[in-house]
Design a protein around this ligand. Structure first.
Ligand code: ZN
Ligand code: ZN
Length: 270
């Protein structure tokens, strides 16, 4: 940034002091282009680049990111992961920026970046690959559901007591899928492999006996979505000609499911 001098004038009479004489020059503002006159000695000191403070601030606003004199690369570390500063002032995770540069396009929201060695500090391009949202969700489910929950363990205990031939498959071992949805049932009947069992918690699946009004639960919208999904699940099993037995939490608590299973013919030991 330099001072733009239009014209140097000799013998200029000072505005306030007519006796004071000296050299002056006409200077153009670097931002708005306004021409004004200041003394040459001021210009030699480096003044006269802008006509006002406002123009200077407006100019400084354009000096962002790498144009700022204090720029050190724009990398920052939050909880062990590297981020890159963005023009809008926010931060973007480094692995996504690298992948976008490599592909030459923006990543979609349903594309996830995974690391081959699983180390979040390793941000080299060879270590990164893209995973779709479907696969990502599948990964998360299989990570989460490796062990049966408390309710499922209780159910298995009663099965062993009463000799019911059911086996736990809720950790993603077996999927029943359609174009629209994929279901991983909780239990399978070993003797009759077309019979499956799903356990429903009374609170989250909207049991009408224990929670007659959905408003009791507070998060009725969320529960409404689960109930809708359960309905679709029933249709899917009917379409595939499989048997889906739904057991509620309260039926396990009072052990009435044992009689229910034996009466329906899916419980006896052959
Ligand atoms: Zn100006
Ligand atoms: Zn219930």
């Amino acid at each position: 940034m330099e001072v733009i001098i239009m014209k140097v004038e000799d013998n200029f009479v000072g505005r306030y002091n007519p006796i004071k004489r000296g050299k002056s020059c006409l200077v153009k503002c670097n931002w708005c282009g306004k021409i004004r006159r200041i003394g040459l000695s001021q210009v030699l000191k480096g003044a006269g680049k802008f006509c006002s403070k406002k123009c200077h601030i407006n100019y400084q606003k354009t000096l962002r990111l790498d144009k700022n004199y204090n720029w050190k690369g724009g990398l920052a570390k939050f909880s062990g992961v590297m981020y890159v500063k963005q023009p809008d002032g926010g931060y973007k995770i480094l692995c996504r920026v690298l992948m976008e540069k490599c592909l030459g396009r923006k990543l979609r929201a349903n594309e996830y970046i995974y690391r081959r060695d699983g180390d979040i500090k390793n941000d080299t391009l060879e270590n990164l690959y893209i995973v779709s949202r479907q696969k990502h969700i599948r990964n998360m489910i299989s990570k989460q559901k490796t062990k049966p929950t408390r309710l499922e363990r209780e159910f298995l205990g009663y099965c062993n007591e009463n000799g019911l031939p059911y086996k736990y498959i809720g950790n993603g071992k077996l999927w029943i899928s359609d174009k629209k949805m994929r279901v991983n049932p909780d239990f399978i009947n070993i003797r009759q492999p077309h019979v499956f069992i799903e356990l429903y918690g009374c609170y989250w699946h909207g049991c009408k006996k224990c929670y007659p009004s959905l408003k009791v639960c507070g998060r009725q919208q969320y529960i409404y979505g689960i109930v809708k999904r359960d309905k679709k699940k029933r249709l899917l099993f009917r379409k595939k000609e499989l048997v889906l037995i739904e057991i509620w939490e309260h039926e396990i608590k009072n052990k009435s499911f044992v009689k229910l299973l034996k009466d329906s013919g899916y419980g006896e030991k052959k």
